[in-house]
Write a protein that binds this ligand. Structure first.
Ligand SMILES: Cc1cc2nc3c(=O)[nH]c(=O)nc-3n(C[C@H](O)[C@H](O)[C@H](O)COP(=O)(O)OP(=O)(O)OC[C@H]3O[C@@H](n4cnc5c(N)ncnc54)[C@H](O)[C@@H]3O)c2cc1C
Length: 162
């Protein structure tokens, strides 16, 4: 199969157990697939898994990594009660396995993805998070975390020690 919607074979670099029922698959996208697997925040990958009867099923998983931090592309899969693919992935996928993946898709992304968070946005989010629930807000958004790190490094955002 060829064309933009062709499945590609991508090795799994690491499987991270996030909780009792969720795991992250860190993907070692080969250099020759780097362009095809470039992504924007909010996009998802489609994973094809065997259906046990000689065929396959496909499921979508959002990219849980940030394209701005240099981290490897990652998806996070939560087991669904009686769900087929989510449990198959959790039970079977191990580091070194090769997944059949469609390239990133989806248009639910920030409008200006090449632009980092503005100073005002970072400051507002940080102040909101610090006052309320910093871990939920800040840890949940890798690109925001990255921008905060850069803002602190640049010296225009002071973060008080805990
Ligand atoms: C754009 C997008 C992004 C997504 N991102 C993520 C993500 O980041 N992480 C994540 O974990 N999931 C994500 N999902 C959901 C994911 O694609 C799967 O839908 C999910 O993993 C469940 O798949 P499954 O094969 O395990 O469950 P399925 O086998 O499809 O079953 C799902 C549910 O339907 C029930 N069911 C199945 N068949 C029947 C039937 N015939 N009658 C009645 N009930 C039935 C099952 O019991 C189960 O409760 C995303 C979905 C989309 C569309």
């Amino acid at each position: 199969m060829s064309g933009p919607r062709a499945y590609h074979q991508v090795p799994v670099a690491e499987v991270i157990s996030e909780t009792g029922d969720a795991c992250s698959l860190v993907l070692a996208v080969p250099p020759e697939l780097a362009d095809a697997f470039a992504y924007r925040p909010g996009q998802f990958l489609t994973v094809r898994v065997p259906d046990g009867a000689g065929g396959s099923v496909a499921r979508c998983y959002s990219l849980s990594s940030s394209p701005h931090t240099g981290d490897l592309p990652t998806i996070t899969v939560k087991r669904i009660a009686d769900g087929y693919a989510s449990n198959w992935i959790a039970d079977n996928v191990r580091p070194g396995d090769v997944l059949d993946l469609l390239p990133p898709a989806g248009t639910f992304s920030p409008q200006h993805t090449s632009v980092q968070w503005t100073a005002a946005a970072v400051r507002t989010c940080w102040e909101f998070g610090a006052a309320d629930r910093p871990s939920a807000l800040v840890e949940g958004c890798a690109s925001l975390r990255d921008s905060i790190d850069r803002a602190v490094t640049a010296g225009w955002l002071q973060v008080a020690p805990p």
